[in-house]
Design a protein around this ligand. Structure first.
Ligand code: ATP
Ligand code: MG
Length: 337
């Protein structure tokens, strides 16, 4: 059986360079690399979107999420399946079944829940429960590889535990997604990378940080983005070196350069190690980011809503077929059918 890679990107507002280099671009590169031999499922996680506030309309963001993939270079062939989560009802149905096989204790231990819910009584139940929906997203398709940001690793582990428990109780129903180490190997060295805040490189670049210069938005005018790189915080050492613990600012720039150029960071670090001009490195990174944004923004403006919407019917037909088959198996084995 053909292996499956599954991925999705929640877009509730505009994205920044951290999203682009940390998640979107690695996903697109993986998809393009493997779509001849594997199934590549790319879905719009619109049911996940509604767990937190949405800037603009949900529909616009849903279309934008797919446009981002296309503008980042995703190549479509018959193995690439594009669908909206809410158009495949089996996701919500399997999530319910999995809910009844997960414990409050294990789900409460999810760091994302603690962070996003902030322990508040008023946090919505979706914030607590979305890792279970995520497990359903994965298990319905027997996905082996699920490229995600580092903050989602724990949810993959939860998915593995749930699937194993389910299989032990009822028989082999689910494919267990690969463990973290194998996922990481599959992603290559650019997997799970965290792009840092340009002003305060101890922290990751994040949309909720207020400062203009801390982050580069994907809609930033390229020259303006270049300026932000040039004014990024570095350190007072006299030579370039790569070490996130002691010199996060300069390491972040090397990391950005490596990702944009699709090179290994070790290689880029080697090229620059020992050089004394931080300005030179900043110029090179600024140019690379400017070019990246220019290309991305041009492509983005050329993709119409209609073009994106036209991709869904086929992907959703496929997704419903695969997902319903699995759901049916689950319903039968637990006695609902
Ligand atoms: P917030 O500050 O509200 O948490 P965010 O900027 O972290 O926003 P999220 O919506 O939480 O964005 O993240 C979406 C995905 O993008 C996650 O999988 C996360 O790992 C990834 N991501 C976010 N910021 C970065 C970053 N700086 N570098 C790499 N990946 C990132
Ligand atoms: Mg976050």
């Amino acid at each position: 059986m053909k292996k499956t890679i599954l991925t999705g990107l929640r877009v509730n507002s505009e994205l920044h360079l951290g999203h682009y280099l940390g998640v979107l671009l690695p996903m697109v590169r993986l998809a393009n690399k493997y779509s001849e031999e594997y199934n590549v499922n790319i879905f719009v996680p619109d049911l996940h979107s509604i767990i937190s506030p949405i800037e603009g309309s949900l529909k616009e963001n849903m279309i934008r999420s797919m446009k981002y993939f296309l503008a980042a270079g995703l190549k479509i062939n018959e193995n690439v399946h594009i669908y909206r989560q809410s158009h495949v009802p089996a996701h919500a149905e399997l999530a319910w079944v999995l809910n009844c096989h997960a414990s409050m204790g294990e789900v409460s231990r999810m760091i994302q829940y603690k962070e996003k819910g902030e322990g508040k009584d008023s946090a919505n139940v979706g914030i607590f429960d979305y890792p279970i929906l995520m497990a359903a997203d994965i298990l319905l398709y027997d996905a082996n590889y699920v490229p995600v940001g580092e903050d989602q690793f724990q949810h993959i582990e939860l998915t593995r535990n749930l699937a194993t428990r389910f299989n032990n109780k009822y028989g082999e129903v689910f494919t267990i997604p690969c463990p973290e180490k194998e996922q990481a190997e599959f992603m290559g060295e650019n997997g799970g990378v965290r792009i840092r805040d340009l002003v305060n490189p101890e922290k990751k670049m994040s949309k909720s940080t207020p400062g203009e210069n801390s982050k580069i938005m994907l809609s930033d005018e390229p020259k303006k983005a270049g300026k932000k790189i040039k004014s990024a915080t570095t350190d007072s050492f006299s030579e370039v070196d790569f070490d996130f613990r002691t010199r996060p600012g300069i390491s972040n720039l090397l990391q950005i350069l490596a990702l944009v150029k699709d090179k290994e960071v070790k290689e880029v670090a080697k090229e620059w190690r020992g050089k004394t001009s931080y300005g030179e490195l900043k110029s090179e990174v600024a140019d690379a980011v400017e070019n990246l944004l220019e290309g991305f923004q041009t492509k983005l403006s050329e993709i119409s809503d209609e073009e994106v919407l036209a991709l869904f019917p086929e992907g959703e037909k496929y997704a419903n077929e695969v997902a319903n088959k699995k759901l049916d198996k689950v319903y039968k084995i637990i006695g609902l059918r």
